[in-house]
Ligand binder design. Structure first.
Ligand SMILES: [Zn+2]
Ligand SMILES: [Zn+2]
Length: 167
């Protein structure tokens, strides 16, 4: 994962979860993002996390102080210094033996809140109609409008065509 100064890995993970294929197993998505400790999710927790992901989606589309404070309030945990997996001491937003859904909520809420406070303009959703992808804008100028070069090109081609055709 590249270094992301805006909201860090927690905000990146929030984007990954929102963008994940709904058919994919959440634990597989978390594993692929190197989320540790992984833990487990039963059916109830899985449903809960999927509901949470929809809230994160809203936070990417239309971030507001109220919405982010709600997410923080609904995921509040005790911060904790962890040394799991032989890593150097680092801050966790919840105890590592807390359930995965609880940790995941606290982590992603904190990441989104940090990102919002650093630079809310870096919270992005793709500007192409029909594309649902969200992202953390880590570009130098912070003016990224699309999730990918593919979406940017499709919009550029469509704009070009509509200009080329007389109305
Ligand atoms: Zn950790
Ligand atoms: Zn897109």
């Amino acid at each position: 994962m590249h270094f992301n100064p805006y909201g860090g890995a927690a905000a990146e993970l929030a984007a990954v979860l929102v963008n994940a294929d709904p058919a994919a197993q959440l634990l597989d998505v978390l594993k692929a993002s190197d989320y540790k400790p992984l833990g487990s999710l039963d059916a109830r927790q899985e449903r809960d996390v999927r509901d949470w992901i929809e809230r994160l989606r809203l936070a990417f589309r239309a971030p507001t102080v109220e919405l982010l404070n709600e997410l923080l309030a609904q995921s509040s945990t005790t911060h904790y210094i962890s040394t799991h997996d032989g890593r150097a001491p680092h801050l966790h937003y919840a105890r590592e033996d807390a359930p995965t859904d609880v940790r995941l909520k606290a982590y992603t809420a904190a990441g989104m809140a940090a990102l919002f406070c650093e630079d809310a303009g870096r919270i992005g959703s793709c500007g192409r109609d029909g594309c649902e992808t969200v992202f953390v804008d880590t570009s130098r100028n912070g003016r990224r409008r699309f999730c990918s070069a593919k979406c940017a090109n499709r919009v550029a081609v469509a704009n070009h065509r509509s200009r080329a055709q007389p109305a």
